[in-house]
Design a protein around this ligand. Structure first.
Ligand SMILES: Nc1ncnc2c1ncn2[C@@H]1O[C@H](COP(=O)(O)OP(=O)(O)OP(=O)(O)O)[C@@H](O)[C@H]1O
Length: 269
């Protein structure tokens, strides 16, 4: 048994969230999970986005997604019934399909509607079985995202280095605060990851400086560069780390995983 498995009581559930679309949530879920698995961690990616891009990005064909996160969150299936092996050793996946887009309306009428995911994950004892569970959230502050924030120990926020980045962030931080106050007091901010950073663009630098001035050490030192290999990888059904592990994007996700694991060890100690 590894040293940090002896010292840490339980695995961490991390919601990867930002209500803004296209900021790198799915790309971060796929590649951070892969880099963690390469570091010998047991990782589960829970696809909670009806677009199902995390599932596609791991090469899971839509036709193969029989039991999905939709069934799990509505309580119609156990996590283990939906669990699939991904193309990465040691990395499991709960896939999603477009069915999940109807879940918000269905959840609204159910008892304990904010706690459905927490209940399903704890029934499956995922904290005892995995070092990390990464939940890929949809681009909204819907009941799905609230369920993820209620189930999680912490939130990781990918933030695209562009002009309106900070505007959306304050709404997200307010939502996290509300969830902490009423539904999940232990919810922490795991960290903010700056994505699609473009060194040649002054605006990218400016946004990164502003975010660091505003959030201090909540922001990871590692920035994910804009890199065409990262955007090509999903169409090959592979994480960027398997598609081209030497590209700058893959290397950045390996660095980010080291930083996340280092912070996790420090927290556990
Ligand atoms: N570092 C990067 N370099 C180049 N392209 C990237 C990078 N990160 C993400 N992309 C591309 O940007 C687009 C949006 O990324 P992604 O799907 O990860 O964002 P998202 O926040 O999950 O989106 P949504 O909100 O729609 O779920 C995708 O086409 C992805 O391939």
């Amino acid at each position: 048994m590894g040293r940090d498995q002896q010292t840490r009581k339980s695995g961490q559930i991390i919601a990867i969230a930002n209500q803004k679309g296209g900021v790198g949530k799915t790309t971060t879920a796929i590649n951070l999970a892969t880099a963690m698995a390469a570091a010998k961690k047991k990782v589960l990616v829970f696809d909670l986005d009806p677009q199902g891009n995390a599932s596609t990005g791991f090469g899971v064909d839509r036709a193969a997604r029989e039991i999905t996160s939709y069934d799990v969150i509505l309580g119609a299936a156990h996590v283990d019934d939906a669990l699939m092996d991904s193309s990465v050793p040691g990395l499991g996946l709960v896939p999603s399909t477009v069915d999940l887009s109807g879940a918000d309306v269905e959840l609204a009428d159910l008892p304990q509607r904010n706690f459905r995911l927490r209940e399903s994950l704890s029934t499956a004892k995922l904290r005892e079985r995995y070092d990390f569970v990464l939940i890929d959230c949809p681009p909204s502050l819907s009941l799905l995202t609230i369920n993820a924030l209620v189930a999680a120990d912490s939130v990781m926020v990918p933030l695209q280095c562009e002009f309106f980045a900070l505007e959306g962030l304050s709404l997200l931080l307010k939502t996290i605060e509300q969830v902490r106050a009423s539904l999940n007091p232990r919810l922490a901010i795991n960290g903010v990851v700056l994505t699609m950073f473009d060194r040649r663009n002054n605006l990218s630098e400016q946004v990164a400086d502003d975010v660091r001035a505003y959030l201090g050490d909540k922001v990871y030192n590692t920035m994910i560069p804009r890199n065409v290999r990262v955007s090509e990888a999903p169409s090959h059904g592979k994480p960027a780390l398997l598609y081209d592990h030497r590209c700058s994007g893959s290397q950045a996700y390996i660095k980010l995983a080291r930083e996340v694991l280092g912070r996790d060890r420090a927290r556990a100690a």
